[in-house]
Design a protein around this ligand. Structure first.
Ligand SMILES: [Zn+2]
Length: 219
């Protein structure tokens, strides 16, 4: 049994193909005369691949938060719920982002998340600096939506505060990546070697980070 619906398109083509569109719809293309049984077997074989692809596409479509009570999203990989409460400032506690019932919920949420981002990034980057024997100059938060981080020649590291909406593993990857630029300003072989030493899981972490680009537009 397949856990997804699909659209079957028969044509003069010679082989079978399966694809997942940006809208997460599954399209199977098959030769005009191919028996259904053969098509079914092919789809069964691709079941896991389709499920993974669909999950990614659905995540990528994640819409910006509306800041209503009960809305869910992740902070550092942990599920959090938005709770509206009768206090003047926002706070994160016990799996909730508490927000005052004011018109500027989005700004208040951002202030709260930036605070968490600053604390998390500065405490986590020191382990990588120690491992490298290098020290950054300043660590600054950026507001970037298309770039997770950067490192200047002066050793200033900028990280988008929105990274706090990714799992900790991906946060560590970005921090280790930018810290490695303290040793190598480019993406040379030596850079990747250094990165692999302080962050051995970097290849998987980098791939998983690409699945989290949607969080940049969440707030
Ligand atoms: Zn880089």
């Amino acid at each position: 049994m397949n856990s997804f619906d699909y659209i079957l398109k028969r044509s003069g083509r010679k082989s079978l193909s399966i694809s997942v569109g940006r809208d997460a719809n599954v399209i199977v293309r098959a030769p005009a005369g191919m028996p259904d049984k053969e098509i079914q077997a092919f789809i069964r074989q691709k079941n896991e691949w389709v499920k993974t692809k669909r999950d990614i596409q659905i995540q990528k479509q994640a819409k910006p938060l509306s800041f209503v009570d009960g809305e869910q999203f992740e902070i550092l990989g942990f599920a959090h719920k938005i709770k509206i409460y009768p206090q003047p400032s926002a706070k994160i506690a016990e799996g909730c982002l508490y927000l005052p019932d004011l018109h500027n919920k989005k700004e208040l949420a951002a202030v709260c998340l930036k605070d968490l981002a600053a604390k998390t990034f500065s405490s986590r980057i020191t382990a990588f600096e120690d491992a490298l024997g290098k020290q950054k100059n300043n660590l600054k938060l950026s507001n970037a939506r298309r770039r997770w981080g950067s490192c200047s020649s002066a050793g200033d590291i900028n990280i988008s505060w929105r990274l706090v909406l990714c799992p900790l593993q991906q946060v560590d990857y970005v921090l280790a990546h930018e810290a490695s630029h303290l040793a190598h300003p480019n993406h040379s072989k030596a850079f990747w070697k250094t990165l692999s030493e302080i962050c051995p899981t970097y290849i998987d972490d980098k791939a998983e980070l690409a699945n989290h680009e949607f969080v940049m537009d969440l707030i």
